[in-house]
Design a protein around this ligand. Structure first.
Ligand code: DI6
Ligand code: FE
Length: 405
């Protein structure tokens, strides 16, 4: 006996190689104990639906997709950067503001000043906005504390959000995000503190599921990041990288060399970088919100990713500086319009490939028997509408671990 069965629905399973969207036109999906027990054509159901499940839901042809996964956010942070937004409109560049001690460091000041409950309240508001559009799994980075105590404060808030809300939270330790002022220009000494002090404490407390870093002229060099990645590897933690966002420092190649789950941004990634990522199975996470806010004109090399077979994920990069975005659906639209992704690629980017970018592909990201019963019921008839519409939230409701949220 199944716990519940959904009928009269078009199911975008997003299973790779199963045709466009892995679509099942007259679909049926059954759950048991929080997992998908059966999914397929309704006509192939093994018996009378009403006798097979305790509850039967008929959806009138509405679409089901996997629960959406936002695989790159900086959701937990203090303050905002609305003033910086005004300054950028008056002509200052993101890099200039950063070099003048604004940018990431202004959020570091605000995050250090904020206590846990304050950080929690701000992040909870943003999390609810993501959940309202069908997000069932979200990654949250640290990176605005930049010392042991404050990085751990951010990560604890992220864990608490995952415990309190009906959403799965994965965390990434991003100590190598910016150089904090107390290390005045001695980046190598700061990297020492990451590998000797911050990372061991974070790992010991079980606060990080992955380790991330920012490889950029305004952040850290590949050599510095290698030290962080080696330390992560020694602790058994997978790595990710903010790579090639503003310039090509070989970030994609660096991420690939360390078998990174994902390399993110990638506007300036070369063909060789794409090839290296393909070989390593590193996912390309595209962040159209940051591209849009920084008025970037160089698109990530989507054609090269396709040719080499690099899986592409999409995320909000929700952060107070370069991407104050809390709409995952808007990212689908922007990825199609700015980067020329197909609506199918865009949806794969927030489901199957986002799961891969978090190392969760065995458990989530597609609708298949055995995977977690996280899915969305949409008030749409065709999955392309998720990318096509702008500013309309067509979510009907969301099922997480088999239960309506
Ligand atoms: N790239 C980003 O998009 C965020 N961090 C990073 O390395 C932006 C962070 C910020 O501006 O606060
Ligand atoms: Fe980011």
């Amino acid at each position: 006996m199944w716990d519940a069965l959904w009928l009269d629905t078009r199911i975008a399973t997003m299973v790779e190689g199963a045709g466009p969207y892995g679509l099942i036109e007259q679909g049926a999906l059954a759950t048991r104990e929080g997992r998908i027990a059966w999914v397929g054509e309704a006509k192939d159901l093994p018996g009378n639906p009403e006798r097979q499940a305790r509850e039967v839901h008929r959806l009138n042809g509405r679409c089901i997709t996997p629960g959406l996964i936002d695989c790159h956010t900086h959701l937990v942070h203090g303050g905002d950067r609305a003033r910086e937004f005004e300054m950028r409109l008056e002509g200052a560049s993101y890099e200039e503001l950063s070099r003048a001690g604004g940018g990431i460091l202004s959020t570091v000041r605000a995050t250090r000043e904020a206590d846990g409950p304050t950080l929690y309240a701000g992040a909870a508001t943003r999390l609810k906005a993501l959940m309202a559009e069908g997000v069932t799994t979200v990654e949250i980075k640290s990176g605005y504390g930049l010392d042991r105590e404050n990085e751990m404060k951010q990560l604890r808030v992220a864990r608490k959000l995952g415990a309190d809300f009906r959403v799965s939270v994965t965390t990434s330790f991003l100590g190598a995000h910016a150089l904090p002022p107390e290390f005045s220009d001695d980046a190598d000494r700061y990297i020492d503190s990451i590998v000797r002090v911050q990372l061991p404490a974070v790992a010991e407390a079980g606060l990080a599921d992955a380790v991330d870093a920012f490889c950029e002229t305004i952040a850290f060099t590949p050599a510095q990041i290698e030290r962080v990645f080696k330390a992560a590897r020694a602790l058994g933690l997978p790595v990710k990288l903010h790579a090639d966002q503003l310039s090509d420092l070989g970030g994609a190649e660096l991420a690939a060399r360390y078998g990174a789950l994902s390399a993110d941004h990638l506007e300036y990634t070369s063909e060789a970088g794409a090839a290296a990522m393909a070989k390593a199975g590193t996912v390309a996470t595209l962040l159209p919100g940051a591209f849009y806010c920084l008025r970037e004109t160089k698109s990530p090399p989507v054609d090269a990713f396709r040719r080499h077979g690099v899986a592409m994920a999409l995320a909000t990069d929700c952060n107070p500086g370069s991407s104050p975005v809390t709409s995952i659906l808007l990212m689908l639209s922007m990825a199609c319009t700015f980067f020329r992704l197909t609506p199918e690629e865009a949806l794969a980017g927030v489901t199957r490939n986002a799961a891969r970018a978090l190392g969760l592909a065995d458990d989530r990201g597609t609708l298949e028997a055995g995977k977690r019963a996280d899915f969305c019921v949409w008030n749409i008839e065709a999955p392309a509408e998720l990318s096509y519409r702008i500013g309309s939230n067509t979510l009907g409701h969301c099922i997480r671990k088999g239960r309506r949220r």
